[in-house]
Design a binder for this molecule. Structure first.
Ligand SMILES: [Mg+2]
Length: 335
């Protein structure tokens, strides 16, 4: 940020984010934004992306970083069955950051805001030893329609949207020496994996459909299926039986296996950042919900297991044998 003063940069960002939205009484530029809060419940969430922890500057384009930083927040709103409305963005930048980099970052934030029909109404810029992008999103959900992690009941079926492991595969592909994975980077399947990592999709419509279908508990999968399933079970005071053979594995991982030493099922079970939805549904609702998600959104919904009374996670193999399932996955505070 050497070519602009802070005020000039804020003015540039304000232009990028400008929008005529009736509920916004006052957008960026004052001490705070003024928005009308409707008759619905507000859904509020925030998530930060920190250089060296969540991303490496040399590996992610600023536009993708902005896009992803907003989308991961939208995903949390989707996981409540809510609809995103407004965003606030706090950015930390080292003094030598180029203005064009910042413009690209906010271009990506704007692009994601448009994708999810929401509006960024303000934020904060700070000098920082490393880059961070901290986003807060508000959304809304009708009274009685919000789905938490804590309502799963014994006998509910566990379902998951989309296919898992692609984001973790994309991360590995992006970090691999290009000499080893050159042709993978130019293949459609390689592009799909990178896209899953750099441009995740928040399942907003799917989350609302699952909520309406009677989901008793729901969350987005940010830290890996087994780890997040363990969290959902803990919140609900239940356990679960998971059938690994039913877990939908991203097909591109089979191709990636030819280039890198990966186990597709392990990435599907433990790789993070897929931002698919994990939900518990009453058995009678499963079939109709699978059809609805396919017809409305083209999104697969897979039944992967069942909630049960006894606490803990258990994996069932195709021969019917059971073994305890260790909840592995991304841990922000692991050494
Ligand atoms: Mg979440």
């Amino acid at each position: 940020v050497t070519e602009f003063t802070e005020d000039e940069l804020i003015e540039t960002i304000r232009k990028i984010l400008s929008a005529e939205v009736p509920e916004v009484r006052l957008g960026p530029g004052d001490d705070a934004a003024l928005v009308r809060m409707g008759p619905h419940l507000g859904v509020l969430t925030t998530d930060a992306m920190v250089e060296g922890i969540h991303f490496e500057l040399g590996l992610i384009a600023p536009r993708d970083l902005g896009y992803k930083a907003l989308t991961v927040n939208v995903s949390d709103v989707a996981a409540m069955g809510g609809s995103p409305r407004f965003g606030l963005v706090a950015v930390g930048l080292p003094p030598d950051t180029q203005a064009s980099w910042v413009v690209e970052l906010f271009g990506g934030l704007r692009e994601a805001a448009d994708e999810y029909a929401m509006t960024i109404v303000g934020g904060d810029l700070s000098r920082s030893p490393g880059v961070f992008v901290s986003v807060a999103v508000t959304g809304e959900v009708a009274e009685g329609s919000a789905v938490t992690r804590s309502g799963a009941r014994s006998g509910d079926r566990l379902v998951v949207t989309g296919r898992l492991g692609a984001a973790a595969g994309g991360l590995r592909l992006s970090k691999a020496p290009s000499g080893e994975v050159g042709s993978a980077l130019s293949a459609d399947w390689g592009h799909d994996l990178l896209n899953a990592h750099f441009r995740p999709v928040a399942r907003v419509g799917e989350g609302q459909t699952l909520a309406r279908a009677g989901a008793t508990a729901m969350m987005d999968i940010s830290d890996g299926l087994t780890k997040d399933l363990a969290r959902l079970c803990r919140a609900s005071g239940v356990g679960a039986v998971l059938t690994p053979a039913l877990v939908p594995v991203a097909p591109a991982l089979d191709q990636l296996k030819g280039f890198l030493p990966i186990d597709p099922l392990a990435l599907a079970l433990e790789g993070g950042e897929d931002f698919e939805l994990l939900a518990a549904l009453p058995p009678a609702a499963v079939e109709a919900t699978v059809t609805m998600l396919r017809e409305r959104f083209g999104t697969p919904l897979s039944e992967i297991g069942e909630v049960r009374m006894e606490e803990g996670l258990v994996a069932v193999e195709p021969d019917g044998s059971e073994r305890p399932l260790e909840p592995g996955g991304w841990d922000h505070f692991a050494p």
